[in-house]
Structure formats: structure tokens, C-alpha cells
Design a protein around this ligand. Structure first.
Ligand code: GLN
Length: 200
């Protein structure tokens, strides 16, 4: 069974560890270069993308994670993790840098403020067994996706407001990203999908 790390600098690490274990992986927190070197895949949890970026530099993991991404290590980013994987960010601080790898433009806090956080269910391509519960917490959405990016889920076109039709889950090669947090719903099917990607 694969060993999957959860970047454990900030954010909801424990929830991802539990969801990965439910999804069939061995899950470990990653805080040091040696821990990163020992994993077959990595989850970038939700939290605050600017803070996680700062901590990645302080813990001297940033360049190493970028190298592993370039080498094809599977990475799953949820919410702030999706922002970190995106090549382009809107609505961030003007100097916000990301790890990159995913040919998308994300908009931070796209759905509004904390009070606009919400739960719904979404059909996710590659996930069988019906719609997936999805919790959005000051979530980003994807405004533009490159030709090689596979859209796995979007907000329904008939949803109210500017969110209608927005892309909220994607895959590009070994990279998976969701705007929402499946790890806090008790449904581990998105993590199972990622475990399958790591096994490939
Ligand atoms: N708003 C956060 C950010 O921009 C993401 C929120 C989350 O991960 N739940 O990084």
C-alpha cells in the first residue's frame, strides 16, 4: 500500500490523514525534507495559502516539493492546496507565489467571505457511487483551465449568482485539486481516487 504524506505545516492535516487511511493508504505528516523524500504522494491541505507558502520556505520544503512535482509525484491539493498547485492566482496579495504545476487560473475566496461557506453535493468524474458531499470554506474556484486539464466537477449551471458553472475539481496528469474539502465529510471517495492515482 502506498505511503502518502500530508503537508503538516498548517491546515486540516488530521482530517486528511484519516481520509487517506480510509481510502487505503498509509498516511504520514510531512514537515521535514527527509519525510518528504519517503512518501509516494503528497496532500496539500486546506488552510491559508499565503501562510502555507511562507512556512514551506521557512521549513525549506518549497523547492523540494516543486522538484517532486516536476518529477511526477502525485499531489492532491484541497482548497488552499489547490491554490498552491495553480500556475496563476487572482485575488491574492500581488506578490503571492505558488508551487505551480497545474495549468489553471484560480480565484481566491471566490465564493465570498467566511459566512458564505456552504455544503453541497457534486458529481465528480472518476468517483463512482453518486454525488460527493462537498464543503466549501472561503474556497477558490478555477476561472481558466488549460487544454491538458481535465475538469472533474463544476457548480451546476443553474446555481444562483456568479458561482454557476464554475470549475471546482480538476486533474492534470498526477495532480488533483478540489476547491472543496472532502476530508471533513466522512466520505473518502475523493481520497480513494487519489490513492489510485498514487498506485498508478
Ligand atoms: N481562503 C484560503 C486561501 O486563500 C483557502 C481556504 C481554505 O483552504 N479553506 O488560502
Amino acid at each position: 500500500i502506498p505511503t502518502i504524506g500530508v503537508l503538516a505545516l498548517q491546515g486540516d492535516v488530521r482530517e486528511h490523514v484519516h481520509a487517506l487511511e480510509a481510502g487505503g493508504a498509509r498516511a504520514v505528516g510531512v514537515r521535514r525534507p527527509a519525510e518528504l523524500a519517503a512518501v509516494d504522494g503528497l496532500v496539500l491541505p486546506g488552510g491559508e495559502s499565503t501562510t502555507i507558502d511562507k512556512l514551506l520556505r521557512i521549513f525549506e520544503l518549497r523547492d523540494l516539493v516543486r522538484e517532486r512535482i516536476a518529477d511526477g509525484m502525485p499531489v492532491y491539493g484541497s482548497c488552499a492546496g489547490m491554490i498552491l498547485l495553480a500556475d496563476r492566482v487572482l485575488g491574492g496579495t500581488s506578490d503571492q507565489e505558488t508551487l505551480g504545476g497545474l495549468d489553471v487560473t484560480v480565484r481566491r475566496n471566490a465564493f465570498g467571505r467566511q459566512v458564505d461557506s456552504f455544503e453541497t453535493t457534486l458529481d465528480v468524474r472518476g468517483v463512482d457511487g453518486g454525488p460527493v458531499p462537498a464543503t466549501f470554506i472561503r474556497a477558490p474556484w478555477i476561472e481558466e483551465a488549460g487544454a491538458d486539464v481535465e475538469v472533474l466537477a463544476a457548480i451546476p449551471d443553474d446555481a444562483p449568482g456568479a458561482a454557476a458553472g464554475r470549475i471546482v475539481a480538476v486533474r492534470q496528469g498526477a495532480l488533483l485539486a478540489t476547491s472543496f474539502h472532502p476530508e471533513i465529510t466522512g466520505d473518502s471517495r475523493v481520497h480513494e481516487l487519489f490513492v489510485t492515482m498514487v498506485k498508478e
